[in-house]
Design a protein around this ligand. Structure first.
Ligand code: ATP
Ligand code: MG
Length: 556
């Protein structure tokens, strides 16, 4: 048993269990550290689920820390959206923190580093610094300022802090090793001058620590036990460890895992920002965006995103996940949980010619066959109904089991009807059908002896709720829109949004609230869009009913 349990641990869990077993830590503390320079995307959701999930699994906690060390790109709007997204995903952070909270502490620790002779002020230009850095195959050269006395370093750092030095005139660098095979250890810059207003600290600071330096200090000050980040930080880990060791801080440990990549989309905040700024989408929460807010508006549930994160697991190598797995997860959730409704997206009117004009009969239809306790609802049936245009063909191919001239179909939960007459406009387009209902064929007490092969959804015209419907498809036409430089904008799918101006839904949809999700029978999963008003109901198609993934999953 022990053996099996061990095998099911991922490599991060193994590290954690090992640390707990050998009493390196008695409990764990993780953190989710977004930079507030955009909205979160599904990749961040993966990281959130991982960090908060580990906190919960091991009875520890998770901090939400805004890595706000770069004032120029950050904004409070992003801070708020990030908090909303994390909460919506179902997680609670232990503390809400800002790397900028640590500016004082980082400054004080830096004085200690300078006094130890482990950092120096370099007045070389950025170009000079780069030129002396060397290449991966040739060692770097010392800066002429590398060996200036500690007292001079302290005095200049003080001047930098006081705003007495121009932007770009000098930086503080760590004194590590200009010949290290790891370029990152060739005296990395720790602090730079930036006369920028910061959304948390205002104009208090004009020097800002670099991410690589602020991050380990922030982790250690919070006593983060396991600091999980994506693979590209693997080469930064020696600097992370150096910083903690030189400053003699809490032994936070950095662990890297593969970032999530999805096909048919782009996922860096910078590119998503460009889509927004260039009005190529309606905003960060456009339902076609891979942002958490976009997915939420599209009709994705928190449980479906958590399930997705769980299914893709933790990898040590970069890979690309098929977006159909994401679609599979929401489909599975909504199949279990979304109430069923009938709605006609491309309406064709049918007249039941042998039904009395003013008569309404209510038929009972299951709310959700996946949940016996969901019960039934009463749906009105009358002499004028809507069905889908696709559900009628005048000259049908073989195996077309829907309505045809003279043919019969069952209307879901109600009666069998027979098409008696096809009414066309002057162009020959079918505009209405006259049909007859078979009175002894009502569902549940059918004695007609007829066995139509097709069952259609329908809506009573005079009881129908009108709505608009937004049919979404993938935002990009190609699997890897990111391949090639900046080419992704040329791969946009121009048909990714099709609006159906008037669809008809059954009356129960009248009370639908923003965010409510439904399965429209035979049509897919839909949710009420946030643009809806009292006068205009708007649905988003979340996902279609079927996909190839369904087959794979069924196989196990
Ligand atoms: P982007 O490049 O999309 O802007 P980022 O890494 O710069 O992403 P941050 O705000 O710095 O964004 O990320 C916060 C956390 O989310 C980090 O720990 C980061 O490693 C993680 N993260 C970001 N993108 C992904 C992804 N695609 N898959 C998994 N984790 C991710
Ligand atoms: Mg980042």
């Amino acid at each position: 048993m022990e053996e099996i349990k061990k095998e099911s641990l991922n490599f991060i869990e193994e590290i954690i269990e090992n640390d707990l077993k050998r009493k390196k830590h008695t409990t764990i503390l993780t953190r989710f550290p977004p930079e507030p320079n955009g909205y979160l995307h599904i990749g961040h959701a993966k990281s959130i689920c991982l960090n908060f999930g580990l906190g919960l699994k091991y009875g520890g906690q998770t901090n939400l820390r805004f890595d706000d060390t770069n004032p120029a790109k950050e904004d409070i709007e992003y801070v708020n959206s990030i908090k909303e997204d994390v909460k919506w995903l179902g997680f609670e952070w232990a503390r809400e923190l800002y790397a900028s909270n640590y500016f004082d502490a980082i400054y004080t620790l830096t004085l200690k580093l300078i006094k130890k002779g482990k950092a120096y002020i370099d007045e070389s230009s950025a170009e000079q610094i780069a030129a002396l850095k060397g290449t991966p195959t040739s060692v770097g050269k010392d800066s002429p300022f590398r060996n200036r006395p500690i007292s001079e370093n302290l005095a200049l750092f003080e001047k930098m802090k006081n705003g007495d030095c121009a932007e770009g005139s000098m930086v503080l660098r760590a004194k590590i090793d200009m010949s290290s095979p790891n370029m990152i250890l060739r005296d990395p810059v720790l602090y730079r001058i930036k006369f920028a207003h910061h959304h948390q600290t205002g104009d208090k600071w004009c020097i800002y620590p670099m991410y690589d330096y602020a991050h380990p200090i922030s982790d250690a000050l919070e006593e983060i036990t396991h600091s999980i980040c994506t693979l590209e930080f693997e080469v930064h880990r020696p600097l992370y460890d150096w910083t903690i060791a030189e400053l003699e801080l809490f032994p936070s440990r950095q662990i890297e895992f593969a970032r999530l990549n999805l096909n048919y989309t782009v996922m860096s905040k910078r590119k998503l920002m460009e889509l927004v700024k260039n009005n190529l989408v309606s905003g960060w929460d456009d339902p076609r965006m891979p942002t958490i807010s976009g997915l939420r508006r599209r009709g994705y549930t928190p449980a479906s995103l958590r399930e997705f994160a769980h299914r893709i697991g933790i990898a040590k190598r970069d890979n690309v996940i098929d977006v159909s797995l994401l679609e599979f997860c929401i489909r599975e959730d909504l199949n279990k949980n979304a109430p069923r409704m009938m709605a006609v997206l491309n309406p064709l009117k049918i007249n039941i010619i042998n039904w009395l004009k003013d008569r309404t009969e209510y038929v009972s239809i299951e709310n959700n066959p996946e949940q016996s306790e969901a019960g039934h609802r009463e749906v009105p049936f009358s002499n004028e109904l809507w069905i889908e245009q696709d559900d009628f063909m005048e000259n049908p191919p073989k195996k077309y089991f829907r309505l045809t001239p003279g043919g019969i179909v069952r209307l879901k939960g109600a009666y069998i009807i027979r098409c008696k007459n096809v009414i066309k406009d002057f162009e020959g387009k079918v505009v209405e059908l006259d049909c007859e209902y078979i009175s002894e064929s009502r569902s549940g007490r059918d004695t007609s002896g007829l066995h139509p092969k097709g069952v259609l959804h329908w809506v009573s015209a005079k009881h129908a709720v009108e709505a608009q419907c937004r049919m979404y498809d993938r935002l990009f036409k190609v699997e890897s829109p990111d391949a090639g430089d900046g080419a992704y904008k040329t791969h946009l799918n121009q048909d990714s949004l099709k609006t159906l101006p008037k669809i008809y839904g059954e009356p129960a949809l009248k009370t639908a609230q923003k965010g409510d999700t439904f399965q429209f029978l035979r049509n897919g999963y839909f949710c009420v869009d946030t643009d809806s008003t009292d006068n205009q109901l708007i649905f988003n198609r979340t996902v279609t009913l079927k996909d190839a993934w369904a087959k794979l999953a069924a196989k196990g």
